[in-house]
Ligand binder design. Structure first.
Ligand code: F6R
Length: 606
């Protein structure tokens, strides 16, 4: 949510800053802006435009100012609409200090009143602008030391933030800070980077530094200093980025989402490497899994749906009760949680504020936290007792696909591990399911080979006012995920229902021609006939039924076949046609697939 990039080095800064913004645009696309130091001690060079980065790029044309340091921002609007004036960077009244921000400053109103009383003139409606004026005053009182000023300002702020600032008196210097929002340092050769995500600088360096809560970083082309808010110098953790620049490029696909759908076999296989025989002590950390009395899974959106599938697997295989909680609802009802609770936050980005806050609540009440995350070094795994990293690679499209597939795999691995340590499953069962899981990359590949007809099928219900998704057992969270994908990409009304729940109300929605996508249980499952009856019920009321399953359903209008699997593993296969349907529908309706309206990836505000 908002992408931030800073560059200082030998190159002309506009190009690496723009390149970083292109790679971070998935984080927000309401406006974009850049500030560069062109003239020492003079006014900063600033360009900012409402709308997508392409608007800014067309304004810039062939311009390439003679500046070797600068900062850039791509915005997901919170305070103030998506206008040129509200776009970042924001400047102080001297026009020499520029600031960009990701997050929310909760005490901005009182700060603004204080600063206006001191004579500062505000130009935007944003919460961010209070910070640049505050920083300007603090810098003056610290004799021009921007890092000292940043430390003082951070101590006065409430809320969440990543901040980057430059001042024209010090070309080549960038100062950043973070609290509850991401910021990483890219360490180059004679050049350094600051960014919300390593994707911004992956083409230049694979060497990065992690920053912790309330840390301030001060970089030049050749130096990096990290301190806490008291000014104590810290040694940040270094890490190597395991994927290369091509992973964050479209690679010939028309959209990142399509590429990521097709990357699912590899993402699953990578997530399984070294783990099919069991989860290592290194992953589990010091968590005592035998002593747990309850599991609470905390997540949002797609990750929540993976958690719902996890509940079925953990309760069945590990024989322990599981609650799956929407992270945004969890902490505010002050749930009962103690040291015998194992909390599993699931997050692709590792930065989702709702999930982070819910997890902190649980941890502060003694729970042990075992995170499932796709982003190395992000805040959620940093604050957990243990972490199982999914290896989906960078997910750039806003709608999650391959991260979901790998979150499901993580759920199965954790369920099996818990089942084993708690003595709830036999080694034979472990080996049998383990072999089925190991077959999933091939089976997903088979599904992908058969999705072409979905292009034409999707267009048949392109103008429908509503699409319903039905499932039972693990097919129910799969139905919820199918509906979410269609809503966020096609902007159509879509709802997922448990097949057995229909007759308790939702069946009234069925009208002549209503498309209903039914995720059929595997044909050898006891629930198959029940679901077939639910399909008959909607068909009798005029629905056009599209059935997804490992056998053709005679009563369906269309059948989409997927390979047979163990019934708990079926979501990994059944979700693929649902992703393709949502993708094709977005294309057919002329929507922006990778950057759907109103959304952003990595939701770092509550
Ligand atoms: C939907 C989607 C979102 C995310 C949710 C959680 O396609 O991507 O629903 O799943 O915002 O994000 P993470 O997993 O980063 O915590």
């Amino acid at each position: 949510m908002c992408g931030i990039v800073g560059y200082t080095g030998k190159a002309l800064a506009l190009s690496p800053v723009l390149e970083g913004l292109r790679r971070l645009e998935y984080r927000g696309y309401d406006s974009a802006g850049i500030a560069l130091v062109v003239t020492e001690g003079g006014p900063l060079w600033v360009e900012k435009r409402a709308g997508k980065l392409s608007n800014l790029e067309s304004t810039l044309g062939a311009t390439n100012p003679d500046a070797n340091s600068g900062i850039g921002h791509t915005r997901w609007a919170t305070h103030g609409g998506p206008t040129d004036l509200n776009a970042h960077p924001h400047l102080d009244n001297d026009g020499k200090l520029a600031l960009i921000h990701n997050g929310i400053i909760e005490n901005y109103v009182e700060l603004r009143e204080l600063l206006e009383a001191r004579g500062h003139i505000f130009k935007s409606e944003t919460d961010t602008e209070s910070v640049v004026h505050l920083l300007s005053d603090a810098r003056k009182s610290h004799g021009g030391d921007l890092a000292a000023a940043m430390r003082e300002v951070c101590a006065q702020l409430r809320g969440s933030f990543t901040l980057l600032a430059i001042h024209s008196d010090e070309p080549g210097r960038i100062v950043g800070a973070r609290r509850n929002s991401p910021l990483v340092v890219g360490v180059g050769d004679g050049e350094n980077f600051l960014a919300s995500d390593v994707a911004a600088f992956i083409a230049h360096t694979k060497h990065a530094l992690e920053l912790g809560q309330d840390e301030v970083v001060d970089i030049t082309a050749t130096t990096i200093t990290v301190t806490d808010l008291a000014g104590n110098v810290l040694t940040p953790r270094e890490f190597e980025i395991m994927w290369d620049a091509s992973a964050a490029e479209r690679g010939g696909y028309p959209h990142f989402m399509l590429k990521e759908i097709y990357e699912q076999p590899k993402a699953i296989a990578d997530t399984l490497i070294g783990r099919t025989a069991g989860l290592s002590a290194e992953i589990i950390g010091g968590i005592d899994l035998e002593g747990i009395s309850k599991v609470v899974i905390i997540a949002c959106g797609t990750a929540y749906h993976a958690g719902l599938v996890g509940k079925y697997a953990i309760e069945k295989w590990a024989n322990v009760p599981v609650d799956v909680e929407l992270a945004s609802e969890y902490r505010y009802r002050e749930p009962s949680v103690d040291a015998s609770t194992l909390v599993i936050p699931i997050s692709q980005s590792g930065e989702t504020m709702d999930t982070l806050m819910a997890m902190r609540y649980a941890r502060s009440h003694g729970a042990r936290v075992f995170a499932v995350c796709n982003t190395n070094g992000s805040t959620i795994p940093r604050e957990s007792d243990a972490v199982l990293y999914t290896h989906a690679g960078p997910e750039i499209a806003v709608a999650s696909t391959k991260a979901f597939a790998t979150q499901l795999i993580a759920m199965y691995l954790i369920a099996l591990h818990l089942g084993r340590v708690r003595g709830a499953i036999t080694e034979e069962f472990y080996a049998e399911i383990g072999a089925e899981i190991a077959d999933l990359p091939d089976k997903v590949e088979q599904v992908l080979e058969t999705v072409e007809p979905l292009r034409a099928l999707t267009r048949e219900f392109k103008d429908s006012s509503s699409v319903l998704f039905l499932g039972r057992h693990v097919g129910y969270p799969t139905a919820l995920e199918g509906a979410l994908k269609l809503k966020e990409l096609a902007y159509m009304h879509a709802e997922g229902f448990a097949g057995g729940e229909l007759k308790h109300g939702p069946i009234a929605l069925i009208d002549q021609g209503t498309p209903v996508i039914a995720i059929m249980p595997t044909s050898n499952s006891a629930l198959y006939e029940k679901m077939a009856s639910n399909v008959q019920e909607v068909k009798a009321r005029g629905a056009v039924v599209i059935a997804i399953g490992d056998a053709d359903l005679a009563s369906a209008t269309h059948n989409i076949r997927i390979p047979t699997s163990h019934d708990f593993l079926q979501p990994v296969l059944a979700v693929v046609p649902l992703q393709v349907i949502a993708y094709e529908m977005a294309v057919a309706r002329g929507n922006d697939v990778d950057q759907p309206r109103n959304l952003a990836k990595s939701v770092t505000v509550e």
